[in-house]
Design a protein around this ligand. Structure first.
Ligand SMILES: Nc1ncnc2c1ncn2[C@@H]1O[C@H](COP(=O)(O)OP(=O)(O)OC[C@H]2O[C@@H]([n+]3cccc(C(=O)O)c3)[C@H](O)[C@@H]2O)[C@@H](O)[C@H]1O
Ligand SMILES: Nc1ncnc2c1ncn2[C@@H]1O[C@H](COP(=O)(O)OP(=O)(O)OP(=O)(O)O)[C@@H](O)[C@H]1O
Ligand SMILES: [Mg+2]
Length: 250
């Protein structure tokens, strides 16, 4: 990758989407303390357009991630706000408890998906009030595996990192000046204590990246990549629509 040239391309691409496709004034994004949102923050900072950056910790969010998110904003030269989603989460879980299955599968994932969707609400509400577009931070590895919450962090107006393998996101991060603490940490959705992407998916980003480069990967890695890819087709498509009465000749 010609890193500097690709960074310039992405900055211009973002501006084209914002002005020509959407006709909007700025950008809104969530900044977690992880590499994907850090790269996005640096890219939008370099457009010169207004940016609303939100740090949205839940109760499970570690203080070090919040500190890394703040360091990210400082390094990008943009202001941000810290807004806790914990009270919203507690209220929704409490009010929904009568209708929730009392023994759901993957309870951590269910709770984490609620957090991701609460962040989506915060971002779209803020974006609309500023006439901004919402950035999604998914990269090519996450898109392939569907490793995001449908209508949560997967909900966005643009996906600037969707063409980048994880290794390329790091490369861009180093070039753009993302803080070292962010570059050094293991990718995590931060949806429960100790969660890492690679442990949950059962495959490393190095292996997913190798697959994306078209290289041969181990049978175990291939099995896991196929498993995650096949279970997530529904996330990469628009909701199916039936024929109209005219089309169905009814
Ligand atoms: N066949 C099917 N199997 C399961 N769900 C199906 C479905 N067809 C439609 N659906 C719909 O999709 C929903 C499930 O999809 P979804 O809600 O996305 O849930 P799901 O894919 O089960 O969970 C999200 C995954 O993404 C990870 N994640 C989430 C958020 C952020 C990050 C990160 O890296 O930061 C990672 C998270 O740890 C978890 O592994 C169902 O409620 C249903 O409405
Ligand atoms: N605590 C948070 N505050 C604000 N936004 C968040 C928070 N947690 C997650 N997000 C949003 O959800 C996105 C998806 O999370 P994800 O973990 O995939 O990316 P990341 O944390 O930026 O990088 P990495 O995958 O390396 O951890 C983030 O990029 C960010 O936009
Ligand atoms: Mg993360």
């Amino acid at each position: 990758m010609k890193t500097a040239a690709y960074a310039d391309y992405l900055i211009q691409w973002l501006e084209n989407q914002r002005t020509e496709l959407y006709g909007m004034d700025g950008y809104t994004l969530g900044v977690s303390g992880g590499i994907d949102s850090a790269v996005c923050a640096h890219l939008v900072a370099r457009t010169g357009a207004p940016v609303q950056a939100l740090i949205l910790p839940a109760e499970v969010t570690s203080p070090s991630d919040v500190a890394d998110a703040q360091a990210t904003l400082e390094s990008a030269g943009i202001d941000g706000q810290i807004i806790s989603i914990a009270p919203w989460y507690d209220l929704i879980m409490q009010q929904l408890s009568p209708v929730l299955n009392s023994e759901p599968e993957r309870i951590n994932v269910l709770k984490g998906n609620l957090m991701a969707r609460l962040r989506m609400i915060a971002l779209f509400t803020t974006a609309q009030s500023h006439r901004s577009i919402v950035l999604g931070t998914d990269n090519a590895a996450e898109w392939l595996t569907g490793y995001f919450t449908k209508f949560g962090d997967g909900a966005a107006d643009v996906l600037p990192l969707a063409g980048l393998r994880k290794e390329q996101v790091f490369e861009l991060g180093r070039y753009l000046g993302v803080p070292q603490s962010v570059l050094d940490k293991k990718p995590s959705a931060g949806l429960w204590a100790g969660q890492t992407d690679e442990a949950e998916m059962g495959v490393t980003y190095a292996e997913i990246d190798a697959y994306l480069r078209g290289e041969t990967v181990s049978p175990q890695a291939l099995q896991q990549i196929r498993f995650w890819h096949n279970r997530s087709h529904h996330k990469r498509m628009l909701p199916p629509k039936p024929k109209s009465p005219d089309e169905a000749e009814c």
